[in-house]
Design a protein around this ligand. Sequence first.
Ligand SMILES: Cc1cc2nc3c(=O)[nH]c(=O)nc-3n(C[C@H](O)[C@H](O)[C@H](O)COP(=O)(O)OP(=O)(O)OC[C@H]3O[C@@H](n4cnc5c(N)ncnc54)[C@H](O)[C@@H]3O)c2cc1C
Length: 677
Amino acid sequence: MDSMRSDRQAKVAVVGLVGVPADPRGQWFTEAAATVPHLPVHWEVFAHRGGTDDAVAVAEEVVADGGFAAVVAGLREEDGEAALRVYRKAGLPVLLPLAAVPGDGKETDDTVLRMYPPDSGQAAAVARACRDHGVRRLAVLHDGSERGRRLAGRLSRRTGGAESTGPVAEEHQEWPGGDWSGAVALCGTPSGVAGLLRRDPSVAGQLVILTDDCVLPATGPDDPRPEGSTVVVARPAGGGAARTAAAFAALGSALAKHPHQRGAALIGSVRGELGESTGPRGETPYDGWQVGPRRLFPRLPAAPTEQHFEVAVIGGGLVGRATAAELAEAGASVVLVDDGTPGSSASTVSGGLIRAFELDEGERSLACEAYLALWGRPELAPAYGFRRTGALVLLGPADLEPAADSVGQLRELGIPAETVTVAGLNSRWPDLRTDGIAGAVWEPGAGYARGAVALAALLDRARLAGVRVLSRHHVDSLTTGPEGAAVLECSVVRDGDRTRGRVTADVAVVAAGCATPALLGERWPAGQPAASKLIRYGIFEAGGRRLPTIVDAVTGVWARPDGEDGLLAGYPFDEWNVPVAPSTVPDDQQVRWMRDGVSPRLPFLADARLLTGSSGTDLFVEGGRPVLGRLSGLPHTVVAAGWSGAGFKTSPAAARRAAAEAVQLLAEQRKQRKQGL
Ligand SMILES: Cc1cc2nc3c(=O)[nH]c(=O)nc-3n(C[C@H](O)[C@H](O)[C@H](O)COP(=O)(O)OP(=O)(O)OC[C@H]3O[C@@H](n4cnc5c(N)ncnc54)[C@H](O)[C@@H]3O)c2cc1C
């Protein structure tokens, strides 16, 4: 197995501004690589600190190595073109998740994939932001760079044009004076815009719009921020973190399936992984721009000293990240503590099948809530890696009647769903065999999402809301302190050094996946015995077949499309109480078991080529009921764990409920303190 993995392991050069102080782009790159540990790719980081010579030197080093399959680059635009010429000449494919388009239209070729949305959308978003703030005039300033000038010209044309409903925009050379009653948009390179921000001054009370996420390197304690004005940032929808994660996930998946593919063919496969709607520039389905609050990245001490928060969330999987975001958005001070052990999160390897329909009432209630909150909302879901494929749940005779009732409930909630007869299944999906099936539920709005993208988008959302993130912090124990606070004793492993730290909080939310029962010990509810279970899947060549996500309630078969060329399919294995371990590609025997299990339902999988596969562990609770709520043995604690192989789709709702419980607990504590209890 190991030799198979190393043979399949492709090398990708990660070239970016990693290590530049206070520039989160490097952090996004590192985090994106960490959320795809299950993909057989070795990500080798080449940090460079900016400057054309440096970018070209790195490009020459990568090309000279001769062993790299591709490059993911976070190049500054001003450095990028010269370096790209080196990669292009060598035919080395380059993904640019964050690069703006230099010069309209001439940026596209077969080996460079830019995933940035076009600037015209940014101009529209700026105009919208002005309208939303009731602003009728816009001063556009640039830093003198080519990008700044170009974008400023675009903003002025778009927002001020005769046909525009936006504000009247004028290009300015300097900050407008104190009597300016409109907004100010700043265009340019990150350092140029930071310079513009430092220059001024008399902008109090104004709306300042930073374009293109361009303030990034200036964030942190010395971040220039005009006093008294509202500062917002225009950024690609979903944010740079999710976009970066999408690039890593798509490239990693393409290489997992086609480890020897190179050049334009590899870029073609990456486009397939990103989705049908990838445009000529590589724009992803979640294209577009949004204007929102500016991101602030608080710096943390290298080793934690004792820190106190209102809520500490333990576990940075989907549930923990979403809970932290919900709580911070509700105004709480929140820390998210995660050990970041590669492969330890079910969320990274998850199949990610998403739908609202479930036979079990409790699960259906969570799934519907999650669908309404996120997955069923086309304006939000794509930024979380969601792809709509429709979902089928195949049913046995005994399930038909209750399923019909449940479909009625879904419809009452406004979730499109219908029952399908066997004849309907046979005519619509001829690749599906229906032996033993009495009917199905069809949900056209359902689909699947990629864990890496959802995780990145959630972390971004959490950070935007002000969550402090402590990564590589393993919580060794959760106890009660002298004043009833939750006390988290942590070990921190950084650069090989192990230190200890302590975090205290009024309330702890434990969302540590499979590790939750061990962390809680005897305080885990006795009536809900839990065990970890291994889930495996293979990704097979789909041969151009178009199938939706499928769950077979009769046999346990589950499947979904994977990119443009694959079908991800699984069949239950009886592997219980397994320690959480890095994911593995199924071996020959395991593949045979899956083919035997799945092919009675999907006959073409009996001999379809296996492209790759994966495995992961999830916490199963007897009776399938998660532990979601307070614990009697730990008065300051809320638990959210035990999803029994189904917690991806329900995570947005689980997080809302866990957060609501924690907010309630905080309110009760406050009341008790007030009463002097
Ligand atoms: C192979 C596979 C396929 C699946 N397919 C689907 C599907 O198709 N649809 C679906 O809805 N669900 C699916 N699931 C289930 C779903 O993915 C999980 O239920 C869900 O992702 C669990 O999320 P979580 O945040 O609770 O836990 P996790 O994602 O496991 O995250 C827990 C986090 O806690 C951290 N942690 C643990 N202990 C500590 C500690 N002591 N200190 C600090 N940090 C700690 C871990 O490092 C990890 O990051 C699948 C699961 C697997 C494994």
